[in-house]
Design a protein around this ligand. Sequence first.
Ligand code: FEO
Length: 169
Amino acid sequence: MNATVHQLLNQQINKEFYSAYLYLEFSNYFKSQDLDGFANWYFIQAQEERDHAMLFYTYLQNEDMPITLEAIDKPNFEWVDHMTTLEAGLTHEKYVTSLINAIYEAAYDSRDFRAMQFLDWFVKEQGEEETNARDLISKFKLFGNDPKSLYMLNQELAARVYSAPSLVL
Ligand code: FEO
């Protein structure tokens, strides 16, 4: 495996675990605000991020490449209000998309077709995650300022259930 591709794939394990940490922080914030549905939504999002980390981990293991686990950063976010939190989620997903694209570019440059095929799932997943983050912002803009509507939105988000990733290695 090309050294840059290897380094970026290894680094992505850490980035995905950091995403899980960040969303656990979001979940805890909403829990503290008595919005259990929002808390549930981000708790499940954190589980998905952990799954993403494990997919990168397993991919490197399957390729017989060394793995270095680095320290996970403390979530870097100042709580302001609900909307700022939702917007930070979208900003973070766009950042993760840029990371996936950078790995894809390195894999493309080194003609690592297997890595490209593995990363295809993440390219699609990032599109979905950005859409989900954008949808939350749109819904909060529409319904967040009316207590009854916020209650209904919170109920909707409480219904999100965890499902394992569709990518199996
Ligand atoms: Fe694993 Fe939300 O990107």
